[in-house]
Design a protein around this ligand. Structure first.
Ligand code: NAG
Ligand code: NAG
Ligand code: NAG
Ligand code: NAG
Ligand code: NAG
Ligand code: NAG
Ligand code: NAG
Ligand code: NAG
Length: 842
């Protein structure tokens, strides 16, 4: 007996041991068993997932990156990165460590999430209890999580409780009483609880989609953040990129007769989702069934897309400079705020409308005399997202016409503007006109009511009266102003101190090199105080300074220890300071004392191009017109250095941080000619120095130290591509494709998708032909072989010609990839940016 029992227990033990080892050997996903339904007998345990029958969707426990919380969520099974499209318990998290948690369905149809201690954390609220024992929770292939009773009748479905995402064919909208469902953003990327943005429809006809900012996640305390513009039955007016590609993607029902407004979409049966991010960005993302996500569309993208960016009666134009302008006939409400680029105060009307004056003075309306000279007129503004708060005028006549719409508006003094829109009809506005955005293409035309005077269409007699009156005033103003100017000029003409005298000479006789004394510079820069330091340039630190007369300067302290004589240095400086071109930073003078060699430049208030280009907040200020102007300016400056000045200068350290911007954002090349000085300062030992910056050095220069103007052309090409894309050559790396920036750009070009390189903040507001031309020029300039690169005159010619230039060949980019080290990426970009010196001992 004993031995039998012993044998049995040994057998039992070895079986257990075997099972234990076996379980260790099994692949781990085996534990994460997939199930196809949840029943009262079989809850979903932590570690298990519920999958849809076609393996398209998956539901299970998840813990966001870096979060101590755990949630039950739903996602596409085979697309990465995993996007959780629905969360059951977004406000009621479980602890991430709770491995005994489970999701149950009870026989009355309630879904309940219980923690490890079996206490309820979250549950659905069933109003129709069913007493069947065969309720079942399922995941459908269209992403719906449902609870059905034994008859297959749907008791509950997740689509009725959307989170931050809607899936294709799912609807969001409003019922007859104006109650609706909204998407509400996550609090942050890793926190599914309700955040501060809502997306939904507003009860208007025609309807619009909004993103609202909200304080408490409730729609009552919300303010608009983005607006789609009215739906014209095929597209949203305020989304100009909604062209033919978007046909049949969106569907919006705002027929008031059906007393129900809703919105849905489907993207040709592809996996897709629309969501609102924790930063308030609404986007439509889809997958090409290759396991990845692609953004199809997103908004807001540009500061102009933000609701009311320019305030009431302001118009935002992404390609404008500045982006905000007042409507014709309106002026900024506060010039102070407006000049500080705070546009939100908006604009006010300059001349009271005639109809308002008439109402005020209780004049009798003139029946049937709308075309009287004394009445108001309309000014047309083309291609806009119409303002918010439209009212839809249902036509009285059978034939709805633009003229009817105009008269409807003209006859009612509260009407401030009208638009007659295809597929919609007559829209009028009677509140302040807010959130008008003008597009470079697309949009609709609106007509803004103005006093005749503002339109410049008054009666001739009145015009003369006004003219003489204003003429007299302006003559007076001119005389007084002229007198003041005269006195001011006289004052200016008497130089008060030695410094200003010299400065005066420096300004008027450019062949003279101004020599500053060291003490002046010390005072101006606060003894080279660290707070005055503007940055570290290629050849030494740069300080901001202010001369005694208040003139701002930039002082470069050359860091070369050299045996060069003072006279030699001065001669060299004289030479450089005589290089004058509007696209070169002006050298005002220099200063030499013992080992100190200082260069004094004009101060550039907008600093360098990289402070805009690589700053996520500021790069929006560089619209395409500015970028193109910068590319052209740099090309002209370089042409001057290479060909048009009396001594050929090769810059050797061209990069975006060496392009400074004046107050009008015109580019000025800085640090030119310094390589020349620095080189001269080297003793004539047999060392060959390579100065330059990683990422901008041409292959032959970086490897062999051979430089020519074609090395500058190479750096110019890199810069052009950076300016187009706002990508830094050295910190761009597509990990999955092992691709550097130039290779990436070339690939896009080669696939005919060059425009994909364009910085997304530009939206659609750029000229595709100019961009394509610039990309082509950029790529030809970075050809491996110097002879394949154009000269600067060639570049200028190509920039200004419409005809096709030579086609770039595929560069090999050995340098880019071997020099590049991905870990330097962002964390150590300063190191990456600095000018480096490779000593090539030969
Ligand atoms: C999680 O966060 C870390 C650090 O922020 C990041 O490196 C990693 O890529 C993130 N993982 C996912 C899946 O987002
Ligand atoms: C459904 O059943 C669960 C557990 O069986 C119970 O806690 C819940 O109160 C029931 N709900 C309704 C509405 O009957
Ligand atoms: C559940 O429904 C009842 C009655 O309809 C309601 O009073 C209660 O607030 C609901 N609870 C939740 C969590 O929605
Ligand atoms: C519950 O079950 C009883 C008996 O099976 C049935 O008569 C009753 O109609 C059921 N109730 C519901 C709400 O299904
Ligand atoms: C999802 O599929 C179910 C079953 O086919 C259907 O009843 C439901 O309407 C579908 N939902 C959507 C949003 O397509
Ligand atoms: C937001 O909610 C908090 C508490 O939940 C409340 O004190 C506050 O008044 C609410 N704010 C608004 C604007 O409703
Ligand atoms: C912009 O102006 C508005 C008033 O028009 C003011 O409330 C707001 O504080 C200003 N914003 C900034 C950043 O100055
Ligand atoms: C004038 O327009 C306002 C606002 O649209 C409207 O409330 C009012 O009824 C209109 N008046 C007439 C006489 O049509």
């Amino acid at each position: 007996m004993d031995s039998g029992a012993e044998r049995f227990s040994i057998l039992n033990f070895s079986m257990f041991f075997f099972l234990f080892i076996f379980s260790l050997l099994l692949p781990s996903h085996y534990h994460c068993a997939q199930v196809y339904n949840i029943t009262p007998m079989q809850p979903l345990a932590h570690g298990q997932t519920l999958v849809s029958s076609g393996h398209i969707f998956e539901l299970g426990f998840f813990s966001p990156n870096g979060s101590a919380n755990m949630y039950v969520g739903l996602w596409h099974k085979n697309i990465l990165p995993r996007k959780v499209v629905w969360v059951a318990n977004r406000e009621k998290p479980l602890a991430a460590a709770d491995s005994l948690a489970s999701l149950r369905v009870s026989s009355n149809g309630t879904l309940e999430l219980v923690d490890g201690k079996q206490s309820s954390v979250w549950s659905t609220n069933m109003s129709l209890p069913s007493n069947s024992t065969s309720t079942v929770a399922l995941l459908l292939d269209n992403g719906t999580f449902v609870v059905n009773d034994h008859m297959g009748v749907e008791l509950w479905k997740s689509f009725d409780y959307p989170g931050d995402t809607i899936l294709p064919n799912m609807v969001i909208g409003l019922d007859q009483s104006g109650n609706g469902n909204f998407l509400s953003s996550w609090r942050s990327e890793n926190d599914p609880s309700t955040g501060s943005f809502l997306l939904g429809m507003a009860p208007q006809t025609p309807s619009q989609v909004y993103v609202w900012t909200t304080k408490n996640g409730s729609s009552t305390t919300s303010t608009p953040y983005w607006r789609s513009g009215p739906w014209d039955k095929t597209r949203f007016i305020g989304v100009p990129e909604m062209d033919y590609r978007y046909k049949n993607v969106f569907n919006l029902n705002d027929d008031l007769k059906q007393r129900k407004q809703y919105f849905s979409y489907s993207l040709y049966d592809r996996p897709a989702y629309i969501d609102v991010s924790s930063e308030g960005i609404a986007s439509l993302t889809y997958s090409k069934n290759d396991g990845k996500w692609y953004v199809y569309w997103e908004a807001p993208k540009h500061p102009c897309d933000i609701y009311g960016a320019c305030g009431p009666f302001g118009v935002c134009k992404a390609s404008g400079s500045p982006i905000c302008k007042c409507l014709k006939g309106f002026v900024p409400k506060s010039n102070d705020e407006w000049s500080q680029r705070n546009w939100t105060g908006g604009c006010v009307r300059q001349t009271t409308l005639f109809c308002e004056r008439r109402t005020k003075h209780k004049l009798v309306p003139l029946e049937g005399k709308q075309d009287d000279d004394d009445d108001d007129g309309f000014w047309k503004i083309v291609g806009v997202k119409v303002p918010d708060y439209h009212e839809y005028i249902t036509s009285l006549n059978e034939e709805d016409t633009s003229n009817d719409c105009k008269f409807q508006c003209l006859n009612n003094c509260s009407c401030l503007a009208y638009a007659f829109v295809n597929n919609i009809g007559c829209l009028v506005w009677s509140k302040h006109l807010i959130d008008i955005q003008q597009f470079s293409s697309g949009g609709v035309d609106i007509y803004v009511r103005l006093a005749r005077k503002e339109l410049g269409e008054g009666k001739p007699i009145k015009l003369i009266v006004i003219l003489t009156a204003t003429g007299f005033v302006s003559m007076l103003v001119a005389i007084v102003f002229g007198l003041l100017r005269l006195r001011a000029n006289q004052k200016e003409k008497i130089p008060t101190s030695r410094d200003t005298l010299r400065e005066y000479i420096g300004k008027h006789d450019p062949s003279e090199l101004l020599i500053y004394d060291f003490d002046t510079i010390l005072t101006a820069t606060n003894n080279f105080s660290i707070t005055n330091k503007l940055g570290q340039g290629g050849f030494g630190p740069v300080y901001k300074g202010m001369l005694q007369d208040g003139k701002e300067i930039a002082v470069k302290r050359l860091s070369s220890s050299s045996g060069q004589g003072i006279e030699e240095f001065k001669n060299e400086m004289l030479l450089i300071s005589n290089l004058q071109h509007k696209n070169l930073v002006r050298i005002m003078g220099c200063c030499v004392k013992e080992d100190e060699k200082l260069l004094v430049y004009e101060f550039m208030p907008n600093k360098s191009l990289d402070t805009f280009l690589f700053d996520p907040m500021r790069r929006g200020e560089l619209d395409w017109a500015r970028r193109f102007n910068i590319i052209q300016g740099v090309a002209r400056g370089l042409l001057y250095l290479h060909h048009d000045s009396y001594v050929k200068v090769i810059h050797r350290d061209l990069k975006v941080s060496n392009i400074l911007l004046d107050e009008k954002m015109n580019p000025k090349i800085s640090d030119f000619g310094l390589a020349r000085i620095v080189e001269r300062t080297q003793s004539l030992e047999n060392t060959q120095k390579v100065v330059g910056t990683r990422g901008y050095m041409s292959p032959e220069y970086a490897m062999g130290g051979i430089f020519s103007e074609k090395s500058d052309v190479y750096s110019f090409g890199v810069m052009v591509l950076e300016i187009i894309s706002s990508n830094k050559n050295t910190s761009f790396f597509l990990y999955d494709q092992q691709l550097g920036f130039l290779a990436y750009a070339w690939n896009l070009w080669n696939e005919g998708r060059g425009l994909a390189l364009v910085d997304e903040v530009l939206g659609d507001s750029y000229s595709p032909s100019e961009v394509i031309r610039c990309i082509q020029i950029g790529l030809i300039c970075v050809q491996d072989n110097a002879v394949d690169r154009p000269t600067m005159p060639d570049v200028i010619f190509m920039l200004n010609s419409e005809t096709d230039g030579p086609q770039p060949k595929q560069p090999i980019f050995t340098i880019q990839n071997s020099v590049y080290h991905p870990h330097y990426g962002n964390t150590n970009s300063s190191k990456n940016e600095a000018t480096i010196t490779l000593i090539d001992g030969r």
